[in-house]
Design a protein around this ligand. Structure first.
Ligand code: GUN
Ligand code: ZN
Length: 430
């Protein structure tokens, strides 16, 4: 028996960043092959040369379908699976009306386990092989998520969401000390175990006291290889709220910076209405900004400045932000990123969209050497996209004269039917 699988198809990989280097950073092998072995991408090349080099491998011929790295969703809330697409509210009312009541249900570890499994199976079927997820204030919600990911052998990031201010409801608050202690214990158990990474997770400044932000800043200083994820400048009324709660802060980012929560391993979700000082500091430290386009339109937050922020050299990832976001699918999320950029006068190229959903998000999560690309030695998280998954898409793709024209209709119109196969750590999961 061999554990070698040779996938044949059109292979798309990146040799660099198409925002900085142009679309030449995307490499297309029309008749390509990817060898999966030992959970890794062991080799890639043309189908002809790879068949000769690896005659013992089991061959799976995906024909004209497109082989790319699994999608990386850099900001999600798995506990919000049950309230996705909830009607009629903007951020603060949406949190109070839909989100917080649902998150209270996660005091029950059995419910957390049920939703964690449902969530991960849902995203896997849409081609997402890595997510960075918020959990709830309950440590068991983190355990449930890491266990569900471990059972599927998925590389994931997660953290206990911390909230201790009275702006969060009864039953959904921790304390500065318990947030520190519980987060620390979870890091001890899970950080670096298998494919798990811990993120220290203050939800956002409005639901934490300065004492809690300070405690979590100290925890991050003690575990600098952990990620830190939070929300930043998502909606104008939220920014006004922060101004009222933190009268001494220079701006929203300063509420984190003043407490040790600004750093290169920091992930700042949304980052829409940034001040010049905030943009300068984020670029200076090399922090990651996470663009959540379906959420930003669904909750009515605003239009992320992709072109301007990229031109400044910011590190940017792409995310669904389920369930503020209205989709589990990174295809739908790429489409929304395209639409939002159009509203700001920029047409993102399909190479840039796919890069954001794979290598760009992996780089944002500081995992660009492990996932998000098809490259020798990287982990075997690979998906196969059918570029003709519905008659409507097929009739459009049939007119294409190159791969980009063939791919773009799937980015704009594709759903889970476009995801023909998903390989996680070298094994077929879907
Ligand atoms: N800001 C604080 N919490 C949340 C959340 O759960 N979703 C979104 N979109 N924004 C937030
Ligand atoms: Zn979020």
């Amino acid at each position: 028996m061999t554990d070698q699988t040779l996938l044949l198809g059109r292979v798309l990989r990146f040799t660099g960043d198409p925002f900085a280097q142009g679309i030449e950073a995307a490499q297309i092998e029309e008749s390509g092959a990817v060898l999966l072995s030992g959970g890794k991408i062991a080799n890639h090349g043309t189908a002809a040369e790879m068949r000769v080099a690896h005659p013992q491998a089991r061959v799976v011929d995906h024909g004209g379908k497109l082989i790319v790295a699994g999608f990386v969703d850099a900001h999600v809330h798995y506990p919000q699976t049950g309230i996705i697409a909830s009607w009629g509210k903007q951020l603060i009312d949406w949190l109070n009306t839909y989100t917080f009541p649902e998150e209270m249900r996660f005091h029950d570890p059995a419910y957390a386990a049920e939703i964690a499994g449902l969530y991960l199976d849902t995203v896997l079927s849409r081609g997402t092989t890595t997510v960075a997820s918020y959990c709830t204030i309950h440590p068991a919600s983190v355990t449930a998520f890491f266990q569900a990911a471990e059972a599927r052998n998925m590389r994931v990031v997660a953290g206990k969401t911390c909230m201790d201010r009275d702006t969060a409801p009864d039953g959904l608050r921790d304390t500065a000390q318990s947030a520190y202690d519980d987060s620390r214990a979870l890091i001890g158990t899970w950080h670096g175990r298998g494919r798990a990474t811990c993120a220290i997770t203050p939800r956002f400044s409005p639901t934490s006291t300065e004492a809690q932000l300070e405690a979590l800043g100290s925890l991050w200083a003690e575990h600098p290889d952990c990620l830190m994820q939070t929300h930043l400048s998502e909606q104008k009324p939220e920014i006004e709220w922060v101004r009222g709660l933190y009268p001494n802060a220079r701006d929203y980012l300063d509420t984190y910076e003043a407490h040790g929560l600004l750093g290169s391993n920091g992930l700042y979700g949304h980052a829409i209405h940034l001040e010049p000082r905030e943009r300068d500091r984020l670029a200076e430290v090399g922090a990651a900004l996470i663009h959540c386009p379906t959420s930003n339109t669904f909750i009515g937050s605003g239009l992320f400045d992709m072109a301007g922020l990229m031109a400044e050299g910011q590190r940017i990832g792409l995310a669904t932000d389920t369930g503020g976001g209205s989709s589990f699918s990174m295809l739908r999320t790429m489409a929304a990123a395209y639409e939002v950029a159009q509203l700001r006068g920029t047409a993102l190229h399909p190479a840039q969209l796919i890069w954001l959903a794979t290598a760009g998000s992996a780089r944002a999560l500081r995992m660009g050497d492990k996932i998000g690309n098809i490259s020798k030695g990287m982990e075997g998280d690979v998906i196969v996209l059918d570029l003709q998954s519905t008659p409507a898409i097929a009739q459009r793709a049939n007119r294409a004269t190159n791969l980009w024209e063939a791919l773009f209709p799937t980015i704009m119109m594709g759903d889970d039917r476009a995801v023909a196969a998903v390989y996680v750590a070298g094994r077929q999961a879907v």
